[in-house]
Design a protein around this ligand. Sequence first.
Ligand SMILES: Cc1ncc(COP(=O)(O)O)c(C=O)c1O
Length: 359
Amino acid sequence: MPKIPLVDVQAQYAPLIEELRERFDEVLASGAFIRGPNVAAFEQEAAASLGVRRTIGVANGTDALVLVLDALEIGPGDEVICPAFTFYATAESIARRGATPVFADVDAATLNLDPDDVAERVTPRTKAIMPVHLFGRPAPVAELAKLGAPILEDAAQAFGSPGIATSVASTFSFYPTKNLFCLGDGGLVAVNDDELGERVRMLAFHGSRDKVDFELVGYNSRLDELQAAFLRLFLTRLEEWTRGRREAAARYAELGLGELVELPADEPGHVYHLFVCRSPERDRIRASLADAEIASATYYTTPLHLQPALRSLGWERGSLPETERAAEENFSVPLWPGIEPAVQERVVEVVRSAVGVKV
Ligand SMILES: Cc1ncc(COP(=O)(O)O)c(C=O)c1O
């Protein structure tokens, strides 16, 4: 285990251990573990925080995507445009519905969908565009919306950003390293349309409103009460955590990391789920970081259009040049709310020596 981790989730919840225990005891005493009062309250609090009409707690971020696509009756014969530089679940959810993921390239500066490239891939079969707010940076939703198809935001990595959840539906994951996380699996769907929200809610509950009449063929995908109780507590800390992430990102820039590698392009809505840099020398840099016992990571090194399970879609290497370049060059360095400045100084020092720049 490296001495300096990539993210330190335990450091984030350590000051809240007593309060977490209280929440656990309350749920235990209530005996209500499924569809209890904490789930209902969290759904309302999350809706208020996101500025949407309704949210529906579900089992994880992947189910959230599948449920939205199902609720919109997107299936065989339909196309959904999404990036290939993202976690597999984005395209998996589309394929799981029997629809076709159509990959568009990313913008080199933001690593989010490039609206010009998306525009070229819109066809009469396009039923939705699914941008991902990658690494916490808002995707260009307003520009994508001009292309005419409904926008479904995969916001798994961006809870807390003011620039998201403005379209038909947004989905979230509460996997333990996410900006808003729980202590296990959890997810959320956010919508502004009551009818769509009701359909998602029913689908997540076996297609039923009351477990007596089953109106749709659905799923069993629920956020459980214990996780909702934890999430309510964590939601009260989210603003402070987001501030901490943005401060840490700014500090890397101040320390001169941007003179050594390409830093993630900042913007006010960026909530730095991860601090992902780029360099053609990334493997050498990562080897030096590993020698210094500093964790680093790479993301989506085999982009989705080249993944074995999606080979039948017929994509070839070279078809998404910016995606493939990002796959070869990206790497992240440690960042979490409250990361000590000395740790960041050490990271920059090691990167500096790896790229051979004299101080
Ligand atoms: C962009 C993106 N979409 C979807 C998911 C799926 O979320 P989950 O792991 O909760 O199913 C994740 C995270 O894991 C993600 O990063």
